[in-house]
Design a protein around this ligand. Structure first.
Ligand SMILES: NC(=O)c1ccc[n+]([C@@H]2O[C@H](COP(=O)([O-])OP(=O)(O)OC[C@H]3O[C@@H](n4cnc5c(N)ncnc54)[C@H](O)[C@@H]3O)[C@@H](O)[C@H]2O)c1
Length: 274
């Protein structure tokens, strides 16, 4: 097989959780562009339908759509059974879904550690960590029975370093009202590395490669004061464009990365180098 061919994933059944979101859409398009069979999983049904239509228009590929909450074992088992009946296989799982409040969404003051609600903690951990574990638990054994598969867990620069809360500061607000990146985001994105290493060693000898990709922040019209401060912390001097991660995603889910397991690929414009 040529090196170029190793990037192709013809007909491979590839699940993307959180597919309707900003980056889930990009991962899905990478899969479709390289010949894979996208399986879109999200709680946002409208977003799923829009994405499936776009993928059909651009790539001529029909996506599988599953309106599913990844914190529900029952709903995930349903998805698995549908996929096994229809395709007889699952080749790729991208654990992408997480609760990631965008700066532009004006993060609530209650995000501050002193007042952080346990309910929010439980919800965000249940999507970002429990959800990723359940998807692996339920879809992984289908890959194991085929002796081949890839799990890709999505982390962040904030899975490697602490959030610099000065980035979110607004001079008009008193200290106790300043917005902060919530503690849950750090915990979830750090925890993803543990899940990757666990799965890599647990199923590595059965043909399942699990890796992490740690992404830097994507520019989505965040407030100028935030962007300017963040850009100074990034060696390349800018936030990422949403499409810029597609090539790395396809590398990690295809045979191009066949000798890579339990690793973390950092693509953050140099944010974590300094
Ligand atoms: N956007 C960034 O700048 C950035 C940077 C680094 C890492 N990441 C990571 O990339 C991933 C995707 O981020 P994003 O920016 O696309 O987020 P997003 O909020 O745009 O998308 C997340 C998607 O997950 C879905 N979702 C939430 N709860 C769910 C559940 N219980 N079951 C199924 N689906 C659920 C949402 O409906 C949404 O479509 C996350 O893991 C995030 O931590 C994002």
């Amino acid at each position: 097989m040529s090196t170029r061919e190793k990037f192709e994933i013809p007909g491979r059944v590839a699940i993307v959780t959180g597919a309707s979101g900003l980056l889930g859409q990009q991962h899905t398009k990478a899969i479709a562009e390289f010949g894979g069979q996208p399986v879109l999983v999200d709680v946002d049904e409208k977003g799923l339908n829009q994405l499936a239509e776009e993928v059909l228009n651009i790539y001529g590929i029909n996506s599988e759509i599953h309106h599913c909450d990844i914190t529900s074992t029952e709903e995930l088992i349903n998805v698995r059974d549908n996929l096994v009946t229809k395709f007889g296989r699952i080749d790729i799982l991208i654990n992408n879904a997480a609760v990631d409040t965008k700066m532009a969404d004006t993060m609530p003051t209650e995000n501050r550690l002193e007042s952080f609600p346990v309910k929010t903690w439980e919800h965000e951990l249940s999507v970002g960590l429990t959800g990723a574990m359940l998807c692996s638990q339920i879809f992984g054994p289908v890959m194991v029975s085929a002796g081949k598969g890839v799990i890709l867990n999505i982390s962040s620069d904030l899975g490697l370093i602490a959030p610099d809360q000065r980035l979110y500061e607004e001079s008009s607000l008193p200290t106790n009202k300043q917005r902060v990146k919530p503690v849950t985001y750090s915990i979830v994105k750090h925890g993803i590395h543990g899940l990757t290493r666990y799965l890599a060693s647990y199923w590595g000898d059965q043909g399942i490669r699990t890796n992490t990709i740690s992404l830097g922040g994507v520019y989505v019209n965040q407030p100028e004061h935030f962007v300017k401060k963040l850009e100074r912390l990034i060696i390349l001097g800018r936030m990422a464009d949403p499409e810029e991660y597609r090539a790395a995603i396809i590398f990690l889910v295809s045979d191009a990365s066949e000798y890579m397991i339990g690793s973390n690929l950092v693509i953050d414009g140099g944010r974590t180098v300094w």
